[in-house]
Design a protein around this ligand. Structure first.
Ligand code: FES
Length: 551
C-alpha cells in the first residue's frame, strides 16, 4: 500500500525510491522556492511537515539548521511503505493579510516625483545618473516585510499606477514566530538563511507580476527594525539586547552614518530585478520602532498635521505614535503573541477556520460565531478573542479581573470541536493588554495630555483593521474615545512605502520625521508598573485615569 503524500493540499500516492518531496511537489505542480540544483545548498526549499514525520528519511547534514517539523524538501524522501504524510511549503494558503489602507488623509498623497526618471525617450536615470536604456515602462516596488506577513506592490513610476500586488506569510517562520527568535536564529545559525529564504519567495512573487522584472529600477522596503535589518543582512544581535538598538542606530550615534536608512543593490538583495536597481530600506525610528512605524507617520501626513493624532499598530510588538507637526512621541510595547493567537490554547492566526467574531445569545447563553472562510472552526484569532472577552464581560460571565463566574476554569466555546477558552488564556491576554495600555499611559503622560485630547486615533495594521471598536473599548484594549475619532486604516505602512517610492520630497520628509520622534522607553518610566497593572484589568481605559504632567 503506498503512502498518501499531500503537499499544499495536493495529494499523490508515493513510495520509497520515488524521489524527494521536492520531486513529488514538482510533479503535483506545487511551486517550491529554490536557487540551487536541489542539492541542499540554497536552503530555500523548506517544508513544514504536519503529519507523518516518522515516515520520512532522517535529516541530512544540509538540514542541521532546521528544528522541529521543518525539512528541506530536496533532502527528504519517503522511508515507509504506508501511511500518510502532510506537508506544506512556507506559504500557508488563505491567510488574511491586510494589504490595503483606508481612511487616510488626502495630504498623504504627493506629486509624482520618483528617483527613477526617463530622459530622451530611452535613458533611464536614477538620481539623474543613467543606469539603463529602455523604452519599456519604468517600474518600482514597495514592500512591507512584517514578522508574520509580507506585502509587495508593483507601481509604474511614470504614472503612479498600481500594476499588481502580492501578499504572503513570511516564510522565515522556521526561524521562530517572533522577532526575538528570528534574531537568535540569524545570529546563531547565520549564513543569511532567513534573508535567502525570503528572497526566494519574493523572487517568485516578482516573477509572477505581469511585467519584465528588469524594468524594476527601485525598491522601497519598510518593516520592523529586525525584519528590515535581516533583509539588508545587517547584524541584528544588538536589537535583541538591551537597550535594543539597530546596528544602524549605533553607527549613527557613533557618527559613522547620517541616517538609519539603508541602500544596497538588487544583486545583494537577491532580487531578480534590474541589476543596477536600488533597494532602499526606509529609516527606523528607534529600537523596535521600525521603518514600518515610520512609514505609517508618512502615510497619515504627520509632518503637516495640525490636530493631535495617535497611531497604534497592535501586534507582538505594539507601536504607538502620538503627535502632530510640532511634537511626536512614540513607544514600543512588548505585548507578546497573545493577540495573534500565540500562547492561547485555542488561538490561531487569521487563517481559514479561525473564529473572528463572537456573540452570546442573551436568551439562551449560547455562543454564535463567524469563521474565516466559512469553514468549520479550528480556533480563535485575535479579533475573535477580543470579541469573546467583550461578550463574556457584557454577560457577566467574566469579571474585570479576568475571572470566570462560579469559579470555572474554562468556558466551552465549541465543545464538539474541542474549542475551549481557559482562565489561563485570559491571563496571557491581560498581560498583552497591560503592556499596550502602559504604553498608552506613558506616552500620553509624557505628552502631558489626557486621551480625549486626541482628535484622530488611527488603528493601523491587519489586527487593528479587523477589531470591533466597541468590543476593544469594553475590554480596555484601546482608549475609551468616541467611536468617530477612531479610524481603522489597515496597512498604512505599505501606503507610506509607496509614497516614499513615488516622491523624493516625501522620502526626505520621512528621513526628517524619524529624527524628530522622541522615543519613550516604557521600562524607564517611574509609573510603568502601575500602568501595566491597571492595564491588565478588563475595563474601559479612561482619559481621566491619566494625570497630565504639569508644565
Ligand atoms: S532546493 Fe536548494 S536546498 Fe533544497
Amino acid at each position: 500500500m503506498p503512502v498518501t503524500l499531500t503537499i499544499n493540499g495536493h495529494s499523490t500516492d508515493a513510495a520509497p525510491g520515488g524521489g524527494s518531496l521536492f520531486d513529488h511537489a514538482e510533479r503535483l505542480g506545487v511551486h517550491v522556492p529554490t536557487s540551487c540544483r536541489k542539492n541542499g545548498k540554497c536552503k530555500e526549499c523548506i517544508v513544514e511537515v504536519t503529519e507523518g514525520m516518522s515516515l520520512l528519511s532522517p535529516p541530512t547534514d544540509h538540514e542541521r539548521h532546521l528544528k522541529g517539523s521543518f525539512r528541506l524538501s530536496c533532502q527528504t524522501h519517503l522511508a515507509a511503505d504506508e501511511g500518510a504524510v502532510h506537508c506544506h511549503t512556507m506559504r500557508r494558503g488563505q491567510m488574511r493579510i491586510e494589504n490595503r489602507a483606508v481612511g487616510l488623509p488626502l495630504r498623504g498623497t504627493a506629486a509624482l516625483d520618483p528617483c527613477v526618471t526617463r530622459a530622451d525617450g530611452d535613458r533611464i536615470l536614477l538620481d539623474g545618473v543613467e543606469i539603463a536604456r529602455s523604452t519599456e515602462p519604468i517600474h518600482g516596488l514597495a514592500m512591507d516585510i512584517g514578522t508574520t506577513t509580507v506585502v509587495i506592490r508593483l507601481i509604474n513610476l511614470e504614472t503612479g499606477e498600481l500594476i499588481a500586488d502580492a501578499s504572503f506569510e513570511n516564510p522565515q517562520r522556521f526561524g521562530g514566530s517572533d522577532v526575538m527568535s528570528r534574531i537568535h536564529y540569524d545570529t546563531t545559525i547565520g549564513q543569511f538563511l532567513l534573508q535567502r529564504t525570503l528572497a526566494g519567495y519574493l523572487t517568485h512573487a516578482i516573477e509572477s507580476f505581469p511585467v519584465d522584472p528588469r524594468t524594476i529600477y527601485e525598491v522601497v522596503v519598510v518593516g520592523n527594525s529586525t525584519m528590515r535589518d535581516i533583509f539588508f543582512r545587517q547584524d541584528v544581535y544588538p536589537i535583541g539586547q538591551t537597550p535594543y538598538r539597530s546596528i544602524t542606530e549605533i553607527e549613527m550615534a557613533e557618527g559613522k552614518r547620517a541616517t538609519t536608512s539603508l541602500t544596497q543593490t538588487a544583486a545583494k538583495s537577491l532580487l531578480p530585478i534590474h541589476p543596477k536597481a536600488r533597494v532602499y530600506g526606509a529609516p527606523i525610528i528607534s529600537g523596535h520602532l521600525g521603518a514600518d512605524a515610520a512609514a505609517c507617520m508618512l502615510a497619515v501626513g504627520l509632518a503637516h498635521e495640525e490636530q493631535l493624532v495617535a497611531i497604534m499598530d497592535i501586534g507582538t510588538n505594539t507601536e504607538l505614535i502620538v503627535g502632530n507637526k510640532d511634537r511626536i512621541l512614540a513607544a514600543s510595547c512588548p505585548a507578546g503573541p497573545a493577540f495573534e493567537g500565540g500562547a492561547i490554547s485555542c488561538g490561531m492566526p487569521g487563517l481559514d477556520g479561525a473564529i473572528e467574531d463572537v456573540s452570546i445569545d442573551d436568551a439562551t447563553g449560547t455562543f454564535r460565531f463567524n469563521v474565516i472562510g466559512g469553514t468549520a472552526p479550528e480556533g480563535i484569532c485575535g479579533s475573535g478573542l477580543v470579541d469573546l472577552m467583550s461578550e463574556l464581560l457584557r454577560t457577566g460571565r467574566m469579571n474585570e479581573f479576568g475571572r470566570f463566574e462560579d469559579g470555572q476554569e474554562r468556558i466551552a466555546i465549541d465543545p464538539t470541536r474541542g474549542i475551549h477558552f481557559f482562565e489561563s488564556d485570559v491571563n496571557e491576554l491581560a498581560q498583552a493588554k497591560g503592556a499596550n495600555v502602559a504604553g498608552l499611559h506613558v506616552v500620553f503622560h509624557t505628552m502631558g495630555v489626557p486621551f480625549d485630547a486626541i482628535d484622530v486615533f488611527y488603528l493601523a495594521g491587519g489586527f487593528g483593521r479587523h477589531l470591533k471598536v466597541d468590543a476593544s473599548k469594553r475590554v480596555g484594549l484601546i482608549p475609551n474615545l468616541p467611536s468617530e475619532k477612531i479610524v481603522q486604516v489597515g496597512n498604512a505602512a505599505i501606503e507610506g512605502a509607496c509614497i516614499a517610492l513615488l516622491s523624493r520630497a516625501k522620502r526626505q520628509e520621512l528621513e526628517d520625521l524619524v529624527k524628530r520622534v522622541e522615543h519613550c522607553r516604557l521600562e524607564t518610566h517611574p509609573q510603568f508598573f502601575d500602568f501595566f497593572v491597571e492595564g491588565c484589568q478588563f475595563k474601559p481605559v479612561e482619559s481621566s485615569s491619566v494625570a497630565p504632567v504639569e508644565g
